[in-house]
Design a protein around this ligand. Structure first.
Ligand SMILES: [Ca+2]
Length: 364
């Protein structure tokens, strides 16, 4: 998932990885244990040894909740279903119980972020906290080559470039470990609907639907995400923190992660994103949405995360705002480029209706 170097530093049991300064963190008492692991390169090279410096800042008082942006709110406002932090963080890490298991965007397990609230970063997801995330594999139990998102009992959204030219694919729901979870549910996809303009991922319509040959049964680890409509209700402004998830590489040309990873990423304005990518000869379209840390980089989707979700928390519900499409290497300060799902809301609905009516997708 994340592009970062090997883990160098563990502080009070939390791993801090990468080539940039470790993220800030909140200690739960007044003791911090730092465990530093160096490679031979560090020991024997001219860069021998290491320097460490830090400073502490006051945290919110004990009866307050610390928002991701560092501001403090009363603990009584934490998980009260009202967004009190500017970044909605007081409600994001709350479990949402719902009697209706097919209600979209409501995981029964609250997501949990171990990095400091104020800085984007990534970590292993809490099992079951992203229950719409599926793996795509060539056979049941196979390793994931792309991600996808459950939108209802029958259909999964993914990237066109993940499934273009494929004749068979399995959707694996309820998976957490990259190499398979005991309670996962593999289902063969009996139909692949590629967006009519989806054959070239760099043209902004890199989206596809997979039809499941048997209906999913929703439960604690398998649930749908909401598909936003293309209206102002689902406009996310630049700087909004959304979450990207996947089993992809944890560094560029590195290894896949061994479990589902999550990373918080701010939305980047399309204009800025396009300007950056124009410098390397690529274009970002209005049908794309970008997210990433343009200041320091080091976070974002990587190979194997394609097709997976960029989810945004709006009104106490998670929405599928993006489908992971492409980027420049991984974890550079170039944002990740996603397909802007609201833009394709109508196509997603029509493709399902047409399949059920005519047995296959027809251009309309
Ligand atoms: Ca609240």
């Amino acid at each position: 998932m994340l592009s970062s170097d090997v883990c160098f530093l563990t502080v009070t049991g939390r791993k801090f990885c990468g080539t940039t300064s470790p993220k800030n963190f909140t200690a739960f008492n007044n003791t911090v244990t730092v465990h530093f692991v160096s490679s031979n390169y560090t020991i024997y090279s001219e860069h021998r040894g290491f320097n460490i410096s830090w400073h502490t800042t006051d945290r919110c008082s004990l009866d307050e909740y610390t928002c991701w942006n560092g501001s403090c709110i009363s603990e009584t406002k934490h998980c009260d279903l009202v967004n009190d932090c500017m970044d909605n963080s007081d409600e994001i890490e709350c479990a949402h119980t719902t009697m209706n298991l097919s209600e979209c965007g409501k995981p029964s397990v609250a997501p949990h972020f171990t990095w400091d609230p104020r800085i984007v970063g990534g970590n292993e997801a809490k099992p079951g906290s992203w229950p719409w995330q599926v793996a795509l594999a060539f056979y049941p139990g196979g390793t994931s080559f792309c991600g996808g998102s459950i939108i209802n009992e029958r259909w999964v959204v993914t990237a066109a470039h993940c499934v273009d030219f494929l004749s068979t694919v399995y959707v694996i729901a309820g998976r957490h470990e990259a190499f398979g979870s005991s309670d996962e549910v593999p289902i063969h996809a009996d139909y692949i609907a590629i967006h009519p303009d989806g054959s070239n991922p760099f043209l902004g319509s890199d989206i596809a639907l997979l039809r499941l040959s048997t209906l999913l049964t929703f439960g604690d680890t398998i649930r749908p995400i909401c598909v936003p409509t293309n209206t102002s209700d689902f406009y996310v402004r630049a700087g909004t923190i959304c979450v990207s998830t996947g089993w992809g590489d944890i560094e560029w040309r590195g290894e896949n992660s061994d479990s589902l990873y999550q990373v918080r990423l701010p939305i980047v304005e399309n204009e800025k994103c396009n300007q950056m990518y124009n410098t390397i000869g690529t274009t970002v379209f209005n049908s794309n949405i970008c997210a990433g840390d343009v200041e320091t980089g080091g976070v974002g989707p990587c190979h194997g995360d394609s097709g997976g979700p960029l989810t945004c928390y709006i009104g106490n519900t998670w929405y599928l705002m993006g489908v992971t499409s492409w980027g420049y290497r991984c974890g550079t300060n170039f944002p990740g480029v996603y397909v802007r799902v609201p833009w394709f809301h109508d196509w997603i609905q029509e493709a399902q209706v047409f399949y059920e009516k005519y047995g296959e997708w027809k251009n309309i």
